[in-house]
Design a protein around this ligand. Structure first.
Ligand SMILES: [Zn+2]
Length: 348
């Protein structure tokens, strides 16, 4: 059958939105576009993250670098990221200013007898920067109810029934993200500066934990009716040993697709294809009869989970914006190309 290359417009459907996650199906496009969207969501959507930590006093059990690293990973609400300039490009300041950065401070002294947790809730935005550049109602503040906090706490509580079970995101938000625990008499005091950046520079700027897609139909499939016809019981068992999670054998001794394969969680390996070919050939068949290839998947099922810094829909919208800007840059540059050519290629 002749493959049709002229496709309809790219289409998005079956969108399911959660607070920190989203599922959707992309149609009428190919693997390169699906992967470009996936990679842009992971690595090129700008967000805010703490990049400079100046420790004033630290008598906790963790050393300065460790604390700075933990603070850098605290997700910061980044709806206003586009309102900031990159610190390296900022023409307003030598160091930091409200156009390119957000300042925070933290000072905790444990004067009690018990351990005191220092969390993202103790990070206080500096009055002169956080609110200044961000649009009203969209300040760059820590996202306390990161999905992981909730999940970890629930898992921990499951092991010890009744001990601090977190039942809702609001409870997680109330607790904050743990930086360090201070023992009796210990102090922690630092100032921190958040900057705009992208996941390509450092994973802390990535707005997502995962973005995955699976192509439908899968690239390689067995022609099961023909395999069932050709192979005897021993050959089927032989193939099964190389394709666990892909095929299974029913009560009548016939191969069928197992649920992990149907759900896209397993794929047919090159070894399994080779063995199936050998077994089919030994039974008088041909390799070409028992495997079919799909070079042009028809749809891509995406799963996105964010770190909480941006709504999942916003991550997708901004990723598409980044891709569009790149193509626009190329087009604008092309328009300037004269007969002699240009010296500076566009930066993508
Ligand atoms: Zn600046």
């Amino acid at each position: 059958m002749q493959m049709q290359y002229v496709r309809d417009r790219v289409q998005l459907d079956s969108v399911t939105l959660g607070r920190h996650d989203m599922r959707f199906i992309l149609r009428n496009t190919d693997v390169s576009m699906a992967n470009a969207i996936r990679r842009t969501m992971i690595a090129e959507v700008p967000t805010m993250a703490i990049d400079v930590v100046t420790i004033h006093e630290n008598t906790s059990v963790l050393h300065d670098e460790y604390i700075a690293h933990r603070v850098g990973l605290i997700p910061l609400a980044s709806g206003a990221a586009d309102a900031y300039t990159y610190n390296r490009d900022c023409e307003e300041c030598e160091d930091f200013c409200s156009r390119c950065s957000v300042g925070y401070s933290l000072t905790v002294h444990n004067s009690t007898e018990d351990d005191v947790p220092v969390t993202s809730k103790d990070l206080i935005p500096a009055a002169d920067s956080a609110v200044a550049a961000a649009p009203p109602g969209d300040p760059v503040v820590p996202v306390h109810d990161s999905g992981d906090v909730l999940r970890d706490a629930v898992a921990a509580a499951a092991g010890t029934p009744g001990a601090g079970l977190l039942t809702s995101a609001a409870d997680a938000a109330a607790k904050g993200i743990l930086i360090v625990k201070l023992g009796k008499g210990q102090r922690l005091s630092f100032t921190a500066v958040a900057k705009k950046g992208i996941g390509k520079e450092h994973a802390k700027w990535s707005p997502v934990c995962t973005v995955a897609f699976r192509a439908e139909p899968p690239a390689v499939r067995f022609v099961l009716p023909r395999l069932n016809e050709l192979l005897d019981e021993t050959a089927k068992a032989d193939l099964l040993s190389l394709a666990l999670g892909v095929v299974a054998i029913d009560d009548n001794g016939n191969l069928y697709y197992d649920s992990p394969f149907l759900a896209g969680r397993s794929a047919i390996t090159a070894d399994a294809v080779r063995r199936a070919g050998e077994l089919a050939a030994a039974a008088g068949g041909a390799e070409s009869e028992i495997v079919e290839f799909c070079e042009h998947p028809e749809r891509f099922e995406f799963e996105v989970e964010t770190t909480g810094v941006l709504a999942p829909k916003e991550v997708l919208t901004r990723a598409i914006g980044v891709l569009r800007d790149k193509v626009t840059t190329v087009a604008a540059h092309l328009a300037q190309v004269s007969q002699e050519g240009v010296d500076d290629p566009p930066l993508l």
